[in-house]
Design a protein around this ligand. Structure first.
Ligand code: NAP
Length: 297
């Protein structure tokens, strides 16, 4: 069985940062990821509030970080964690590929997009429904699309789509956005962005197994070919719900970013906290990594 001093679950920005701190301190560390390195930032078209980069797209920032991880020869591999068992100081991680033993774990599994929950949402994924404007936006060039949600993600991605698509409707259930003022002001400058506030999408219409429109709560229909859903995110914690103390699905940690289980730490979007940003995830990755080093030495 492979054995490490620390295994990091999730290679988003928090996990990669923790890995860099651990490796530089001489700790044997494994970075496990079930998706794409970088996590959620791969779905972010433009980042303008991460100091040092006036403007950078998410996938480029993710690749820059992965480059740094690889330059340090940090072991990085695919693995979908199914369960964690604790046996004193040792933790046994079972993935869909193998069993790994470690003394410390850093949970950095992040979050995934929240779904609307409409009946044909899953079926039409990739046939008009998307959770990633940056990945799929070009497929809707010069077409009419709708972005659902009123947070920073929805507004950022609506702005990105507005340069590609003919019309971008924004459907938000309240009359005010929950986004940074700078984004709201930018939005107002676009003639092809059409807000539909105080509305919900109650039905996704389809023709020939593709999206053909959406019905709003006032019964009006937006004739769109693309639906981009940005209604928040939910933490990826189902594999630890019987072991770790959670609140609203998020991992609870103390000021050292340690969970209720000694030797298991957490950082990034998976933890319960006040601010979900790249900058905070990186700070927590550094802190969790440093505290693991202290606990091992
Ligand atoms: P968010 O801030 O939680 O916003 C989710 C939006 O979706 C809200 O407007 C919410 O409406 C709406 N919503 C939730 N459930 C819904 C439902 N069932 N039906 C319809 N609408 C629904 O999510 P986010 O935009 O993904 O951002 C997540 C976090 O990352 C936030 O802390 C955000 O600030 C941060 N973030 C920051 C940046 C940046 O700094 N540039 C960029 C992206 C994300 P209500 O307002 O009515 O609840």
């Amino acid at each position: 069985m492979k054995t490490y001093e620390c295994v990091i679950i999730g290679a988003g920005v928090a996990g990669m940062t923790a890995a860099i701190y651990l490796k530089r301190a001489g700790i044997s560390v494994l970075l496990l990821e079930k998706g794409v390195p970088g996590g959620q930032i791969n779905k972010t078209s433009i980042i303008e509030n991460y100091p040092g980069f006036k403007k950078i797209d998410g996938p480029t920032l993710a690749m820059n970080m992965l480059d740094q991880v690889q330059s340090l020869d940090i072991p990085y591999q695919y693995g979908n964690v199914l369960s964690i068992e604790v046996d004193g100081d040792y933790k046994i991680i079972k993935t869909d590929m193998e069993t790994i033993m470690t003394s410390r774990i850093i949970l950095a599994s992040g979050r995934k997009p929240r779904e609307l929950g409409l009946s044909n949402e899953k079926k039409l994924l990739g046939s008009g429904i998307s959770y990633c404007a940056y990945c799929d936006g070009m497929l809707y060039k010069n077409q009419d699309v709708v972005v659902i949600g009123g947070g920073n993600s929805a507004l950022e991605e609506a702005l990105y789509l507005a340069d590609i698509c003919k019309t971008v409707y924004i459907v938000h259930r309240r009359l005010e956005y929950r986004a940074d003022d700078i984004l709201v002001k930018k939005l107002e400058k676009y003639d092809n962005i059409k807000p539909c506030l105080g509305q919900n999408v109650i039905e996704i219409l389809e023709k020939d197994n593709r999206v053909s429109g959406v019905r709003l709560s006032d019964n009006s229909i937006l004739p769109v070919t693309g639906v981009f859903i940005y209604i928040g995110q939910i933490p990826e914690t189902s594999f630890i719900e019987d072991l770790i103390t959670l609140k609203d699905g998020y991992v609870m940690t103390n000021e050292h970013l340690e969970t209720n289980i000694p030797g298991i730490y957490a950082c990034g979007d998976v933890i319960k906290k006040e601010l979900y940003q790249i900058s905070t995830a990186i700070g927590e990755g550094a802190l969790a990594g440093t505290n693991v080093v202290k606990s091992l030495k």
